[in-house]
Design a protein around this ligand. Sequence first.
Ligand code: GLA
Length: 386
Amino acid sequence: MTIGDLQKEFEKNYNKQASHVFFCPGRVNLIGEHIDYNGGQVMPCAISLGTTLLVTANDEGVFRFRALDFPESADIALNPEGYQKTGPEWFNYPLGVIQEFQKKDITLTGLDFLFSGNLPIGSGLSSSASIEVLTAFALNELFNGGLSRVDLAVLGKRVENDFMGLNSGIMDQFAVAMGKEAHAVLLNTDTLDYEYLPFEIGDYVLAIINSNKPRKLVESKYNERFNECRTVLKQLQEKIQAQHLCDIPLETFQQEEALVADPVLRKRALHVISENDRVKKAREALTTGDIAGFGQLMYASHDSLQQLYEVSGPELDAIVDFCRTYDGCIGARMTGAGFGGCAIALIKQDQFDDFAEKVTAAYEEKIGYKPGVFSSVIAEGVRKLV
Ligand code: GLA
C-alpha cells in the first residue's frame, strides 16, 4: 500500500489525515542465536519489510489503537498511573511503550494510531520489536523525548520483558532501531558496543524461507531456555569467574564441564559458548570476503540450535536439510527464537528462482504445506516517512 492509500484508511477511521508517518523494519539474525541474553555477540540486520504507523494527536486524552492487519482494536484512556496488559493482543505493545514514556515523565496527549505491516506475524522476523521501536520512535519525535536510538531499543526491550513477560534480549530492538542499509550490525549485547559490517556476499543473495508453521509454545519454551542458562551459569560460577555464560572461553568450559551434572544443561551451555565463538569467526569470514566460510558457520549454528539448544523443529530442519543438498546454496540456518518461524540461506543470485521452486516442492512434500520464499535486502532502521 502507498502512503496515500494508508492516509485514506486513516481518514476512514478518524475523519482526518495523519500528521506523521513512520516506518520500522523487521530483522533477520545472520548468526549468534539465543546468546543476546547471555552477554554474547550477535549479528542481525534490518530488512526491507516492516511496519508503518500513521498517527495524529487528539485532545480527548484517549489512545486509539487500530491496525489494518488485525481485527482487534482498543480505545484506552490516558492514565498517569499506568496500564495493565490486557492479553496477547497486538495493541499491548504500543501500550507498554506509552507506559515507559510516562515512567520517564515525558508528557503525552491522546493519540490516534493506525498500524499496517507486511512482516509475516509470528514468523521470527521481529514484528513485535518493529511495533515497539516504531511506537517509541514516534512518541520521541512527537513529544520531543530526546531519546537516542539506542535508548529506544532499550526501552523496547523493557516493554517486552516487563510488560509482555518475555525474557528476551536486546538484539531485535537494537537491530530495527540501528540497522544500516547493506550492513550487518555486530552487537556486543553486554556493553551495547556495536560495529557495522558491510554485508558483501558477491553473487549471492540472502534468502528468507518462512516455514509458515504457527509458532506455538515460543514464549514458554523461550523463558525455559532463559532459566536454564541462568541455572547453568550459577553452577559454573562455583569455580569460574564470569558474569555471563558468553564470558567463558570454550576451552575453560570444556575443562570444567563436570561442574554441570545435568547433561541437558551442559548441552545448553555448550551451544551458547560455541555460538558466541562462531560469531567471532563469522566476523572474520565476512571482513576477509570468505563467504563460503561464513556459510559453513551458518550450518554449524543450525546444527547447534537443533541438537544442543533444541529450538529448531521438523519444519526448519526440512528447509536447512534441503539447502545442504542444493548446489547454489553455501549456508543456511534457522533465524530468531525458533520453534517455527523462518530460516535464512545464502543462494547464488542467478539460481534464486530455481531454488525457490525446488525448496517449495521439497518442503511441501515433507511437511504438507508450502513455505514462503523471498530474497531480502538489508535496509535502514526505524525512520520518519512524512
Ligand atoms: C528472539 C528474542 C531475541 C533473541 C532471539 C534468539 O528473537 O526476541 O532477543 O533472543 O529470539 O536469538
